[in-house]
Design a protein around this ligand. Structure first.
Ligand SMILES: [Zn+2]
Length: 278
């Protein structure tokens, strides 16, 4: 609700800028660009007012996020979009410079923040150690600490309150241990975030249990054709539209009753595969 109010204020401010821009400045290139930027900002702000939902993408490393889906959900459909990364990516390789480890992590965080600005999304980091390539999720959890990593993910879900979570990491993929561990954490955190008995110490200072409505897990990412990717976006948008319709028909409602309604009508299973879908 807080960011909706901020968006409304921003829309009014942007509209005020447009209406009050002196005509004499319209010929100046800088003023023209400013005017164009204002119009884009106004369009986004008005679009935001039509969509109350938050889409969260969870990824193990910077550049593992589903930037395509995030940018479409934000720029086309007006959803509030956030990314949550397990690590800073400091254990990766650097093909263009000498920086490694913490220095590389700082560079990758800056790159992620720059990309997020273009996407219109907000990046968040859990701060788990990127200790290089990991052969298995068990090896990863031996380093991260399973419960610590899960609590971090649950806390961010409870704070950011996503309606929908998307991820490129699947528990059925046999790839990087960090990816597999993050995929497992997403499944566990989906339920744990809604259970007040899990990590009860987090439930203070405005943080409450939070039930995510849907989880979309991408399978077979590297082989996905553009047409399939477009279908995935439609599926996410349909899920958001369904939530919108449910809210309208039920009137103002709590997250709990909204979730119960969504589950009973549509969500036999809240976890859906994005690719290899019938
Ligand atoms: Zn990765």
């Amino acid at each position: 609700m807080k960011h909706k109010i901020i968006r409304s204020i921003f829309a009014l401010l942007a509209l005020s800028l447009l209406l009050n821009a002196p005509r004499a400045q319209q010929n100046a290139p800088a003023a023209a660009k400013q005017s164009s930027d204002d119009r884009v900002a106004l369009y986004q702000a008005l679009l935001d007012l039509t969509n109350p939902w938050t889409v969260m993408c969870i990824a193990a490393h910077p550049d593992d996020e589903d930037g395509t889906s995030l940018i479409v959900m934000r720029r086309k459909y007006g959803a509030h979009t956030v990314s949550l990364f397990s690590t800073f990516g400091e254990g990766g390789q650097n093909a263009i410079g000498p920086e490694l480890y913490q220095e590389l992590g700082a560079i990758r965080v800056r790159e992620t923040m720059a990309a997020a600005e273009i996407q219109g999304s907000e990046p968040y980091f859990m701060g788990m150690t990127d200790f290089g390539y990991s052969k298995s999720p068990d090896e990863t959890f031996a380093n991260w600490g399973h419960d610590l990593a899960l609590s971090q993910m649950v806390l961010q879900i409870r704070k950011l309150r996503p309606s929908v979570i998307i991820t490129n990491h699947s528990v059925t993929n046999n790839d990087h241990g960090h990816h597999q561990a993050t995929a497992r954490l997403v499944l566990e955190a989906f339920d744990a975030a809604a259970d007040p008995k899990r990590f009860p110490d987090q439930l203070k200072n405005g943080v409450t249990a939070w039930q995510v409505q849907r989880l979309f897990v991408r399978v077979g990412r590297s082989n996905q054709a553009p047409a399939e990717a477009a279908k995935d976006l439609c599926r996410i948008h349909r899920a958001l539209s369904f939530l919108q319709r449910t809210k309208r028909s039920a009137g103002p409602t709590s997250a709990d009753s909204l979730c119960a309604c969504a589950r009973s009508e549509r969500c036999g299973c809240a976890v859906e595969s994005l690719a290899q879908f019938p």
